[in-house]
Write a protein of this length. Structure first.
Length: 126
């Protein structure tokens, strides 16, 4: 199985798993739409983790698949792996970090790695 397919599948599991988790949180708290703005609120955390993933995962997946179809070099494959891990790290930091009111190291690293990997993958497409 190719790295690009595995990483794309993992992003899909993250995106749809977080979407399911938001639905479970809403059901648990009897909320059909919206959430408490408290940065400690579990539904707020779930919504932010899902929304943030939805902002980046689709385009990362497109780049993964494009590179996978074009005989990617080893560094590109490693960049795909790092980008995927960074998305999981960021989502985990939003769900389980001390508070969303201020950054934490895992959130910072996850975001920075996403940006760097995304830019590298985009540049490599040229």
């Amino acid at each position: 199985m190719h790295v690009s397919i595995v990483c794309t599948a993992l992003l899909g599991f993250l995106l749809f798993g977080l979407g399911l988790f938001v639905s479970i949180q809403r059901q648990r708290h009897g909320t059909l739409i919206g959430h408490d703005q408290n940065p400690l609120d579990a539904t707020h955390r779930a919504v932010r983790a899902h929304a943030n993933t939805a902002e980046y995962a689709p385009f990362l997946a497109i780049m993964f698949l494009w590179h996978g179809a074009h005989d990617a070099r080893a560094w590109i494959l490693w960049t795909m792996v790092i980008a995927t891990l960074s998305r999981y790290l960021l989502a985990g930091s939003l769900l389980f970090g001390p508070t969303m009111a201020k950054p934490n190291p895992a959130r910072f690293v996850g975001a920075l790695a996403t940006y760097v990997c995304g830019l590298l993958l985009a540049a490599a497409m040229l």
